[in-house]
Ligand binder design. Structure first.
Ligand SMILES: [Zn+2]
Length: 174
């Protein structure tokens, strides 16, 4: 697990070497949940040791009434305001293209959630020089950073700061 502060500035936007490094997630407990469990907030199902969306299974479970109900880790983080990824997008380009960027970020969230319901955006806020985005997983913040680089070539810079609790991704384009 990364400790302290680690900053990397890479103008090519490469940070694959960090992808393997996972932060400790206090919301993922060692104790196994009962199966099946349904999250009452987002309807994700805990099945075969992982959270997933499955409309057919959800319907069957709801009809059978044989399931546990427990809020999933992502929705607990949202309720507790415990982000694991914090992105700061800044610069004139960001201010001018806010709507477009929000659309891109949301579509990436949708894409991520299809694979893992625990990867969610907690908030998107306007800031003085751009916007800030909080995510429930560091992986999602890192992925969005990479997508932004791919989609918008030009002058931008990154810094990744790992602490014990979350990763910060800074993306700037003027
Ligand atoms: Zn949930």
């Amino acid at each position: 697990m990364p400790r302290g502060r680690m900053t990397d500035v890479d103008h090519t936007g490469r940070f694959d070497k960090y992808r393997e490094e996972k932060l400790h997630d206090p919301y993922i407990t060692e104790k196994a949940l009962a199966e099946p469990t349904i999250c009452p907030v987002c309807n994700a199902i805990y099945h075969k040791k992982r959270w997933q969306f499955n409309k057919k299974m959800l319907l069957e479970l709801k009809l059978s009434k044989k399931y546990d109900s427990k809020v999933c880790p992502a929705d607990r983080k949202i309720a507790d305001n415990y982000p694991m990824g914090v992105m700061n997008l800044s610069g004139a380009f960001v201010i001018e293209h806010r709507d477009e960027l929000v659309k891109l970020i949301k579509s990436e969230e949708k894409h991520a959630m299809e694979k893992n319901p625990l990867e969610k955006i907690m908030s998107i806020k306007k800031t003085k020089d751009g916007m800030s985005v909080e995510t429930t997983s560091e992986t999602l913040a890192l992925r969005i950073g990479r997508i932004l680089t791919r989609a918008y070539k030009g002058k931008h810079e990154y810094s990744f700061s790992y602490g014990d609790k979350y990763v910060t991704v800074a993306w700037r384009r003027d």
